[in-house]
Design a protein around this ligand. Sequence first.
Ligand SMILES: [Zn+2]
Length: 151
Amino acid sequence: MRRIDPSEAHAKPLPTPDADSQAYWDGLQQGRLLLQHCGACGHVQFCQQAICRRCAGTELLHRPSSGRGTVHSFSVVHRAPGPAFKQDTPYAVLLVELEEGPRMISSLVDADPMSVDFGMAVELVCEEVNSRITLPRFRPATSAKALPTRG
Ligand SMILES: [Zn+2]
């Protein structure tokens, strides 16, 4: 578990957990990225919702992701969207395709943002912001070889 500088933590906008997403945020605090698995059709989704996006089923089970994935797309931000992010530039925003299939937006840590490339293997880093919020970030994979990119 990483901890970010407390002086930085309050300056940036943070997510607000709700009834649908509380389990997801609790999972991150325990170092696990939870995905919703549909008990009716098997669909796996990243976005925490009350129903399955494929079949509208309501039997959704939380299971931890392997935390491994590949960079499906990315953008390196040189001009901060607000003052709180200025010290971070340049930084890489990633669209990560998880091993389980869903894609999620995150950002790169522990690497030069200019080193990011399509298909790069990455792994989850849980970054604790405060006692309620831990954010999912990704760093270059250290243990897994590159995964094939799905079409
Ligand atoms: Zn379903």
